[in-house]
Design a protein around this ligand. Structure first.
Ligand code: DC
Length: 219
């Protein structure tokens, strides 16, 4: 592919964003970037450094000291591979409130913009089409019922939480993510909204590929 394209995929937890974004990335031969992983890595770093959400000055100090890098699907902070810790219960519980911090959001957005310069990417998150790449070539908002999203997370078996606990935790994150003062989860006015509740992964992928192809990109 020659033309640089940016595909932004937003939506709540468990809507299938990362699963479909990885497949689309493969099919279109562009890089996939998981923006949530950056918030998770910073959360892990805060836990390791014993920095609390309300320690604003310590957070600012930490942000000055950290160097984020991505390599082969892994995420490093100051050279330390934090990938194995991103999905732990303690990180998952804390990441949404951590991502309310505006200084952290600026740091992540700066990194994402710099990292994606001059290359085609597909990125998923909460504010990719609204804040990070307001001029993205394609904006897709993936949604699904809370029940379906919880079931998907349960079946992934990446956590030992019960289905009820997962639903409770997702609902709490949704509420927080939708009510942030900056970078809140919302549907961009020019995004295509896809309800994936009754769609298979293949159907969602096909929908997205059609949107991209229809707009002249070779897939
Ligand atoms: O996609 P995820 O579940 O790994 O994201 C973890 C948290 O990070 C999510 O609850 C909200 C936050 N996040 C965000 O605020 N903005 C993004 N672009 C991506 C994630």
């Amino acid at each position: 592919m020659e033309k640089i394209i940016v595909v932004a995929i937003d939506g709540p937890a468990g809507a299938g964003k990362s699963t479909v974004a990885k497949i689309v990335a493969n099919r279109v031969d562009i890089e996939y970037v998981d923006s949530g992983a950056i918030y998770r890595a910073i959360t892990k770093k805060m836990l390791d450094s014993n920095i609390k959400i309300e320690d604003y000055s310590k957070i600012e100090e930490l942000l000055k000291d950290i160097n984020i890098s991505l390599l082969n699907g892994k995420i490093f902070i100051n050279g330390e591979d934090l990938t194995p810790f991103l999905r732990t219960k303690e990180v998952t519980e804390l990441v949404s409130p951590v991502s309310n911090n505006v200084a952290i959001r600026h740091k992540v957005n700066e990194f994402l913009n710099e990292y994606s310069k001059n290359k085609s990417i597909i990125m998923d998150g909460r504010d990719i089409g609204t804040v990070v790449f307001p001029n993205a070539d394609f904006k897709i908002y993936l949604d699904a019922s809370l029940e379906k999203r919880s079931q998907r997370r349960f079946l992934e078996k990446t956590t030992n939480m019960s289905l009820d606990d997962i639903a409770h935790s997702i609902k709490k994150r949704d509420d927080n993510d939708k009510n942030k003062s900056f970078g809140a989860l919302k549907v961009a006015s020019d995004a295509i909204y896809l309800d994936t509740t009754d769609l298979s992964v293949d159907e969602v992928v096909d929908n997205i590929l059609k949107i991209i192809k229809y707009n002249g990109v070779k897939v």
